[in-house]
Design a protein around this ligand. Sequence first.
Ligand code: KG4
Ligand code: ZN
Length: 351
Amino acid sequence: MTLLAIETSCDETSAAVIRNGSIRSNVISSQIRLHAEYGGVVPELAAREHLRNLMPVARAAMQGARVEPQDLEAVAATRGPGLPSALMIGFKAAQSVAFVLRKPLVGIHHHEAHLYSPWIAADPPGADFGAFAANVALIVSGGHTLLVQVENESKYRLLGTTVDDAAGECFDKIGKLIGLPYPAGPEIDRLAESGNPRAFDFPRPMIHDPNDDFSFSGLKTSVRYFLRDHPALLNLRQPVCDLCASVQAAIVDVLVTKTMRAAARCRVSTVTASGGVTCNRVLRRELASACQRAGIRLRLAEPAFCTDNAAMIGILAERKLLAGMKDFDLDSEVLPGWQLDEAPGATAAAV
Ligand code: KG4
Ligand code: ZN
């Protein structure tokens, strides 16, 4: 099967061509620089950029895969959750292509696709479901922090989410306080490499709570007060590195502790992680050590598939079509607030 997938839920315009489980092309145009001067994603700017970029990106994906429109057997796009106007551009474009080609359109839940991204192998790029096992999945990005129990390939339930800021948002907002450019996550990761993670003791919000929810706004507030009381610290390189390492340690500690506790309670043999924050090297390292100690297998999304991309949308769409999905409503609308437990295949949310 050959299909074209489109992703425009936030600030990445992406198109991919998938053929029989392999990724023939995956073109991503990131808007990060555009939003940097505002310190975060501006929805109207994101929509305008998607409008500008979608055709060149889709054309590049088709050309890169050496595929003609008549070769396509299906079209897939992210239906939600995400920024309403951004979602609409990719989803409506995909609907139009499907309508003209008279092919099925598959509307994909963005987080459901993130659940699949750790099962994409980088070389050769494509689906690698041979080793698939029930797992507890951490999805951690600038917009979301979710823990999900995946019972099998189409059955999962949301265990917990953030009650305020997402982990990536916490990296970005604390980075702004330190004076780092947006998005600050990669920069904090880099500066932390030369810092002491025990230099400053920041809170680990909700780490001992018995539920699987997260909270990161208290950590940001704590750093704000810390910097109010120690303003000169920002003028010196080593203390800034120590600050980055200490903040990063607090965020990673919460993510790893809560993920491992959920994995033990759900008695799964595998933990997975995806989303932009999964690029964080200390998070990758700490999850690896914790899983090794617990005798649990770890499956981390490759950095190229951690951040938003159309390949994961297409891989999941093909999977759904092969499993017999038949709901192809060409009049369907985007679902900006779509909850994971309302996605096709999810079970009830209650834990
Ligand atoms: O998944 P993503 O590209 O976009 C969405 O938010 O949907 O994730 C971007 C987020 C940003 O908050 C960014 O700061 C964070 O991922 N991020 C990182 C790292 N790389 C990206 N955070 C910590 N360490 C990193 N190396
Ligand atoms: Zn995402």
